[in-house]
Write a new protein. Structure first.
Length: 241
């Protein structure tokens, strides 16, 4: 393995130049991370696409500001830029930590519902009698999430024999849905419920996006990223993701 690839690759998306170019990269240096930056959602999406899970140098983590300038192609001008990124990005590829100067309960709920793995205020606050947020907690949160990143080539997915032996059953049970496979022991520890069969727990959703959102909230409790597959009906072709 290339020594560079052993260093986690982190995208910092923030319109605050000091945080984007100095404060967060310096903090990520404690994790021996390589840093890419983006100043708005458009740049963040471009960088994420260039370093997706199929690239030679994929992202391992994204630190995302909630409030950034919107661009001309915004999906919904009334929605925060960070939420738009969360809704458009394939969140099974790497976890996203929202790091915001404008924390709030409703914003936190919206970010987590959209798929954020963590939501932290930039300034340290006292919550339930203890400190919450700030650079030190960002580093520790990123350290924990990066420790869960999968070894190269170790996505959780059934092998060809498993698929062949269980194909008809999959089509009967999950035909027309997107599914993910998690080893039974990992599913139990991560609080994932689904249909158990031959050592795997299978979970299914009508859309790839809804399944990705469900999985990303459980990523900190898994050792590898579950692989998402579409199970066709016997008379149906596989759709484009």
């Amino acid at each position: 393995m290339n020594p560079v690839s052993e260093q986690p690759l982190v995208l910092v998306a923030d319109d605050d130049e000091e945080f984007r170019e100095e404060i967060i990269p310096e903090a990520m240096g404690r994790l021996n991370a390589r840093i890419l930056t983006a100043k708005d959602v458009r740049e963040a999406c471009l960088v994420a696409a260039q370093h997706d899970a199929q690239s030679k140098d994929p992202l391992h983590l994204i630190v995302l500001d909630m409030h950034m300038p919107l661009h001309e192609a915004s999906i919904d001008p009334s929605e925060d830029a960070g939420i738009q990124f969360l809704r458009s990005y394939d969140l099974t590829e790497c976890p996203v930590v929202v790091f915001t100067a404008y924390p709030g309960y409703q914003n936190c709920v919206r970010a987590v519902q959209a798929g954020a793995a963590a939501y932290l205020p930039k300034a340290t606050q006292t919550v339930w009698g203890g400190p919450e947020g700030g650079i030190d907690q960002l580093v520790e949160t990123c350290r924990r999430l990066l420790a869960k990143r999968e070894p190269e080539g170790m996505r959780v997915a059934p092998d060809g024999d498993w698929i062949s032996q269980n194909y008809d059953w999959l089509c009967r049970e999950f035909g027309g849905r997107w599914v993910a496979f998690v080893p039974t022991s990992k599913a139990q520890s991560a609080g994932i419920e689904g249909t158990e069969r031959a050592g795997l727990v299978i979970i299914g959703e009508e859309s790839r996006q809804s399944l990705a959102r469900l999985l990303v909230r459980r990523l900190p409790f898994l050792d590898a990223i579950p692989h998402i597959l579409f199970v066709p009906r016997l008379d149906q072709e596989t759709p484009t993701p």
